[in-house]
Design a protein around this ligand. Structure first.
Ligand code: HEM
Length: 225
């Protein structure tokens, strides 16, 4: 079957997406340098801590200990770039109409379950989709909201005096810090699932986020000319 090229991702989306990747990586890395200095979180079942964030070997492996000041400097520098890039992306989605490809639509949640069942090979047929399938719509919208949440909770713990109204709106410093931490864990989980999905979707799909064009099966005789 012959194939043809189809425009998929606008230039702005590709740039903003790829700029976001190192910025988010830097935010997570510098966040870890800061977190080490007061590592309070764990997964608890009743009174038993099943997992502590993070084990000593993890810190040692990545060379994290005693780098709090460096972490703070990096975090407070890159946060502005991360927030600016995210803001430009959201404004671009809104004004370009690209938001239509991303936001879930009525029926998305039901169809996303079928997409997941297709991914684990329980059902054969994929539900009809546009640029993104419904699972992608939900995941991408969620990750954008997570970005907004990270910036808001981050500001609340960065300036809890100057922005006391924001910190107290989030339930106080402790809750804001807790949400900031768990949003980061969710980012890391999203990242791994995203990478696996991109790897499964194949080279042409990855390439489309670089060049803007995807290869699609030619639908008509004219297409294959
Ligand atoms: C090495 C890292 C990454 C790779 C290889 C990658 C790859 C891709 C690809 C190929 C797409 C297009 C999917 C499609 O056309 O079906 C995509 C879309 C997207 N990715 Fe990533 N990605 C990476 C990191 C990230 C990170 C860190 C985030 C955010 C936390 C992210 C968020 C998104 C979003 C929101 C979209 C939809 C963009 C839009 O159309 O507006 N990605 N990614």
């Amino acid at each position: 079957m012959s194939k043809r090229l189809e425009r998929k991702h606008p230039l702005a989306i590709r740039w903003l997406h790829w700029i976001n990747f190192p910025l988010l990586a830097m935010m997570i890395w510098s966040g870890l340098l800061i977190y080490w200095a007061n590592a309070v979180y764990g997964l608890w079942i009743f009174n038993y801590e099943v997992f502590h964030f993070f084990p000593q070997w993890f810190y040692d492996f990545f060379g994290i200990p005693y780098r709090l000041a460096e972490g703070l400097r990096l975090h407070f520098f890159f946060m502005w770039l991360f927030a600016a890039n995210g803001l430009i992306y959201v404004v671009y989605l809104a004004v370009s109409g690209e938001w239509r490809a991303i936001l879930p639509v009525p029926g998305s949640f039901g169809r996303a379950v079928r997409v997941a069942m297709h991914d684990v090979k329980i059902v054969k047929k994929l539900p009809p989709q546009g640029k993104y399938n419904d699972a992608q719509r939900i995941a991408y919208t969620a990750v954008i909201l997570m970005g907004v949440g990270s910036v808001i909770t981050g500001l609340a713990i960065y300036k809890p005096l100057q922005l006391a109204w924001l910190t107290s709106l989030l339930g106080g410093y402790g809750w804001a810090r807790w949400m900031h931490f768990w949003l980061t864990i969710l980012f890391v989980l999203f990242f791994f699932v995203h990478i696996v999905q991109v790897a499964i979707a194949g080279w042409a799909n990855f390439r489309s986020m670089v060049t803007g064009y995807d290869t699609v099966k030619a639908g008509s005789d004219l297409d294959s000319v």
